[in-house]
Write a new protein. Structure first.
Length: 342
């Protein structure tokens, strides 16, 4: 077990699978896990764009959506046991910045982040801090467990926007995050929601997840379809895409005193919006950058199905092929099995 395979970010859009030393525990609070499964995130795709839509450090193991089995732990780790499955929160706040000191640790301006600024989960083994992990059941479905982190992000954002069963919700995006939103909205009891999607594959995936109706953004007017189906605009707009034009459209498609949630993150995106619209309609716009792991794990243990949009299950050597498929909209949720498909 001296060497392992890992997918290393080399910068300038290059991700390379290499053999590297298995990491070793160096502190009492650290845990060595055997990575059972990891999910490829849209943020990873943005980081691999040239120019990048998100900035990752070079020469690190990518992958921040993953879970694993504890195979070794430091002397100070007393609340987790060898052989236990754990989910990983990849974002580690610094504890020193203004945000951290004002109870906004998820907005830390200089965090360490597994898979982005330090080694993550696209590897056979990984080191994690005990403060960053959560218990998972022994018999958990690995395809679902690998998605604990993105579901935690979605649940945090819904905790901010607070949808009710009576709300009319318009969701932009039917990629992996958009489809996760559909499942979470169903868990919230939301009955009236619509999905704006682009491309036949994404439209069908949204329908397969149970969306009441899907609007083809390339061939239909969103406003017209909402009036036809609902006879009104949306109370909540969720942007799971992160493209600039979505916000410009959202302000026209939301009711007075409506809420707009910006989830998708792309530093290259730019929007033009009329400020007067926010005043005249008393709109609320919010962004989300946190993770609610307890809510995510509770939903998973309650049986939420996140497998219906898993299109590919791959081994680590196939990761670049999978990224090409994702970039070309030929794959949806891809689960990576660094130690072999279970």
């Amino acid at each position: 077990m001296e060497k392992m395979k890992a997918a290393i970010f080399k910068g300038n859009g290059i991700l390379k699978v290499e053999e590297v030393p298995v990491p070793k525990i160096e502190r009492d609070d650290q845990i060595l896990i055997k990575v059972r499964a990891a999910s490829i995130c849209g943020s990873d795709l943005h980081a691999l764009h040239v120019p990048p839509g998100q900035v990752y450090d070079t020469d690190i193991v990518m992958g921040h959506e993953y879970f694993g089995e504890i195979i070794e732990k430091g002397a100070g780790v007393t609340n987790f046991e060898i052989g236990e499955n754990i989910a990983v929160n990849p974002c580690m706040p610094c504890g020193e910045c203004w945000e951290c000191k004002h109870n906004m640790r998820n907005l830390c301006v200089k965090p360490r982040h597994y898979g982005q600024t330090c080694d993550g989960g696209f590897a056979q083994y990984a080191i994690v801090e005990s403060s960053q992990v959560y218990h998972l059941s022994a018999n958990i479905n690995p395809d679902i467990a690998a998605q604990t982190e993105p579901l935690a992000c979605v649940m945090y954002s819904l905790g901010m926007v607070k949808p009710s069963p009576a709300d009319y919700v318009l969701l932009y995006g039917a990629g992996p995050i958009g489809l996760t939103y559909i499942k979470a909205l169903q868990a919230y009891g939301v009955k009236h929601y619509a999905v704006v999607a682009k491309g036949a594959e994404r439209i069908q995936e949204a329908k397969n997840c149970g969306a009441p109706f899907v609007i083809d953004s390339q061939n239909e007017s969103v406003a017209v379809r909402l009036q036809e189906e609902w006879g009104q605009l949306a109370d909540i707009v969720l942007d799971a895409v992160g493209r600039g034009p979505v916000l410009s459209e959202a302000v026209k498609l939301v009711n007075s005193r409506g809420r707009i949630m910006l989830f998708g993150l792309n530093h290259n995106a730019v929007s033009e919006i009329p400020p007067a619209t926010y005043t005249q309609k008393e709109l609320t716009m919010m962004g989300s950058l946190g993770k609610d792991f307890p809510a995510s794990i509770s939903l998973i243990e309650s049986g939420i199905d996140l497998t219906s949009f898993v299109t590919h299950r791959i081994e680590l050597d196939e990761i670049n092929d999978a990224i090409d498929l994702l970039n070309n909209k030929k794959a949806c949720r891809v689960i990576v099995y660094p130690n072999g498909i279970e």
